[in-house]
Ligand binder design. Structure first.
Ligand SMILES: [Zn+2]
Length: 301
């Protein structure tokens, strides 16, 4: 799909955006003014995509890339249950997909993957075969320190390849992972999801290398007023070099609403100065994953 089509598809959401931005756009036009409607010109890196088995029939790999095209999503970090979903997408559109290895497959899921027999061998084999740029997204629902030997191996695999762990957990498991290895690269999925803004701020402050994706956080960030929630605004400005947006297509309903999810991410980005919006939209991801990200990728694969 061409850029022209992307513009047509986003016309409705742009019009809505323009309406909600009128008061802020009127105030100033210096470099700190919100980027406003021009946010629609920025490529998005979607740092939290899943292409799980139940999606494969309803959404072909072609459909997924077309959805990314029509939302101006130039690239995305994809992990899937099972990993075959990620590889299918990446093989179809290597110019658009950054693959990430999710441990879940067969009977291994979010609550038992660390106890699954041969997990280490499974991960090692997949990493050997495909160029994953991360290990995750995986969950640590309840920290069990007897899993330390496996996590030490996972950290070693990530560090050998200079790739990140993508972790869905509260703050405690993140602190524990850093206690095992202070230099491990971690992306905190959903910035913790259940954590209040104060906890997110504290953890991001404590670990200066910690990245986070803000998927499923759009309404918390937008808050109840016209701007951005004040506590989130503090997080966004202080940690602007370590945040990325995401959709979290964990169920088909998320794919059904993909364009509006990306539009609500653009809505909060539109309230930021261009420099900050660009970092969170795609530049942080470009640096972290060593990728060139631009609107020129739209319509390609
Ligand atoms: Zn997820």
């Amino acid at each position: 799909m061409s850029l022209k089509n992307f513009r047509i598809c986003t016309f409705a959401s742009s019009a809505l955006l323009a309406m909600s931005l009128m008061p802020t756009l009127a105030i100033a036009d210096d470099e700190h003014a919100p980027i406003g409607e021009k946010v629609n010109e920025l490529p998005i890196f979607d740092a939290h995509i899943h292409y799980k088995e139940p999606a494969w029939e309803k959404y072909s790999v072609k459909n997924i890339i077309e959805l990314m095209d029509s939302s101006g999503v130039a690239m995305g970090l994809v992990s899937s249950t099972p990993d075959e979903g990620t590889i299918m997408l990446w093989e179809y559109a290597p110019n658009r997909i950054v693959p990430e290895l999710r441990p879940y497959h067969k009977d291994a899921g979010s609550s038992n993957w660390t106890k699954t027999e041969n997990m280490e061998a499974y991960l090692a084999e997949r990493l050997e075969k495909y160029p994953h740029k991360g290990i995750g997204e995986f969950h640590i629902h309840n920290l069990d320190t007897s899993d330390e030997p496996l996590f030490r191996k996972v950290i070693e695999m990530a560090k050998t390849r200079d790739i990140s762990l993508h972790v869905h957990s509260g703050p405690e498991p993140i602190r524990w992972l850093y206690s095992l290895d202070a230099d491990v690269k971690i992306i905190w999925a959903h910035a913790g999801l259940g954590e209040p803004a104060a906890e997110v701020y504290a953890l991001m402050k404590e670990f200066q290398g910690l990245y986070a994706d803000t998927s499923l956080r759009e309404s918390a960030i937008l808050g109840s007023g016209d701007g951005i929630d004040p506590d989130w605004k503090k997080i966004i400005f202080e940690f602007q070099d370590r945040l990325m947006v995401g959709s979290d297509t964990w169920v088909n309903g998320q794919w059904d609403s993909y364009s509006s999810i990306i539009a609500s991410n653009r809505l909060w980005l539109s309230k930021l100065p261009r420099e900050v919006a660009e970092k969170i939209a795609y530049k942080n991801a470009a640096r972290l994953f060593k990728q060139k990200i631009s609107m020129e990728q739209i319509g390609t694969r």
